[in-house]
Design a protein around this ligand. Sequence first.
Ligand code: HEC
Length: 100
Amino acid sequence: MKPIFLPILALTLAGCAGKDEYSPATGATGEDIFKVACMECHEPKEHGKIFELTKEKAAPAAIAEKINKGSFTMPAFPNISGDSLKAVSEYVLANSKNIE
Ligand code: HEC
């Protein structure tokens, strides 16, 4: 195995998509943050909405938690906090479709 595979293997074994150290610029709006930090993976769909969220997920607190904790396939963003976290969570919510 070539050494270049080792970091990838380590990430896989850690069981998560890791961390993204992105920090929002002062005064960045929710839209600014989304475009820089999220759009590469979350391109709005044809109907212009980012996500189709069920009731439990369509809440600023649930979105904020996802951003800070990430998941198996999504990196965590520990440096998005306070007003920036609120702004990007609200932006996501305002631009998503609510489903049952
Ligand atoms: C490297 C790719 C990647 C980046 C960057 C990324 N995400 Fe994700 N995100 C994913 C993947 C893959 C999923 C689906 C798996 C899951 O729910 O964990 C997801 C799921 C989500 C969900 C749950 C959607 C649902 O239908 O349940 C939300 C909300 C979300 N991301 C918000 C964000 C926000 C906000 C940002 C920017 C701060 C962001 N993501 C950046 C890959 C990414």
